[in-house]
Design a protein around this ligand. Structure first.
Ligand code: NAD
Ligand code: TYD
Length: 338
């Protein structure tokens, strides 16, 4: 059985991916995660067995940790998701984004190359393409990179390093670029879980600017299937875009959340806009469809409703995230504090 290293496996997308892999049982999985504020082992409750799914606590910036891991785990391929991922945090402080997303990706590439891994899948974002006007065509894989936030600039930097390792060292890498994900286990600093939890708790919903920014929403399960298709069928050195045909105004998402939770529209607060706020993202996923046979299975309406219901019925997970109690999980289960 092949072994996959999943970096960032305790985060939102990583934990959904590991859960999917554990259910399918085709691969052995080793997770490497630094357990920053965004890493939550409760996302993987019942999934980490130690044999089929193993957890390693460590950072992709730690050269020694990476060398030990590759020396002991006979990793066949890498699915690289570990990152600092929130735009607002990158505006407040960009340095951790450069450290993890650029330096960390470089160190991971070097360690994976030294270990001779078969394939390295780098999970990136549509935000590297910059922003679109209302009538512009959706991003394709050939759209020039024009990142606007420190987050997207750091992701674009990591994409360029991956590209350079393909061209200079002949490494087998694939880059995926995905639009905004939503689904279970997303940290409530991002739009959909934040608005859902606030609505359920009767707290104000902060809408940036006029709320007419557009995001192209993709259910996390559709993204995870795309990552696996890129691993198994993508061509070396290629980029694959994943998007959900799910362009919506932010305010329409917020209104749908209010309707589903039964909360009142008076909770909406229009607040000062995010500096440099990208107006519109939209993905053209034609290449992924034609080459990988990938198609999103969830519609935004059905996926959003199911996601809101998931947060409503997983109140223990929500409470532990809101209170910070989730950070105690590692110490309780592994006997040492972080
Ligand atoms: P997340 O913030 O929920 O999770 C990130 C995970 O990485 C956490 O578990 C965190 O502990 C871990 N991590 C952070 N720094 C680390 C380090 N130095 N070493 C090891 N682990 C570290 O992020 P997410 O939303 O799950 O995103 C996963 C990947 O997908 C990221 O690369 C992100 O750029 C990309 N992406 C996300 C979206 C989205 O909508 N969420 C869309 C497109 C692409
Ligand atoms: P976010 O979930 O942070 O993802 P990204 O910035 O990577 O697209 O934000 C999605 C959209 O929602 C974005 O246009 C910013 C907006 N937004 C708000 O209006 N209010 C909020 O409190 C947050 C977190 C986001």
């Amino acid at each position: 059985m092949q072994t996959l290293l999943v970096t960032g496996g305790a985060g939102f997308i990583g934990s959904n991916l590991v859960r999917m892999l554990a259910q399918q049982g085709q691969y052995r999985v080793v997770i490497l995660d630094a357990l920053t504020y965004a890493g939550n082992l409760e996302n993987l409750e019942g999934v980490i067995t130690g044999s089929a799914v193993k957890f390693v606590h460590g950072s992709i910036t730690d050269v020694e940790c990476l060398a030990n891991l590759f020396a002991t785990e006979s990793v066949d391929s890498v699915l690289h998701l570990a990152a600092e991922s929130h735009v607002d945090r990158s505006i407040a402080s960009a340095a951790p984004f450069v450290e993890t997303n650029i330096t960390g990706t470089l160190r991971l590439l070097e360690a994976a190359r030294a270990a001779g891994v078969k394939r390295f899948v780098h999970v990136s974002t549509d935000e590297v393409y910059g922003t679109l006007g209302p009538e512009d065509p959706a991003f394709t894989e050939d759209t020039p990179l024009q990142p606007n936030s420190p987050y997207s600039a750091s992701k674009a930097g990591s994409d360029m390093l991956v590209r350079a390792f393909v061209h200079t060292h002949g490494m087998d890498c694939v880059i995926t670029r995905c639009s905004n994900n939503y689904g279970p286990y997303q940290f409530p600093e991002k739009l959909i879980p934040l608005m859902t939890l606030n609505a359920l708790e009767g707290k104000p919903l902060p809408v940036y600017g006029d709320g007419k920014q557009v995001r192209d929403w993709l259910h996390v399960e559709d993204h995870c299937r795309g990552i696996m298709l890129a691993l198994e069928h993508g061509r070396a050195g290629e980029v694959y875009n994943f998007g959900g045909y799910g362009e919506r105004y932010n305010i329409d998402i917020v209104m749908a959340i209010l309707e589903r939770t039964g909360a009142d529209t008076s909770l909406i607060r229009y607040v000062t806009d995010r500096p440099g706020h990208d107006r519109r993202y939209a993905i053209n996923p034609h290449k992924s469809s034609s080459e990988l046979g990938w198609h999103p299975l969830h519609s935004v309406e059905e996926g959003l409703a199911a996601t809101i219901d998931w947060y409503r019925s997983n109140s223990a997970w929500c409470e532990n995230v809101r209170s910070g109690a989730y950070m105690e999980y590692y110490a309780k289960h592994y006997g040492t504090s972080l």
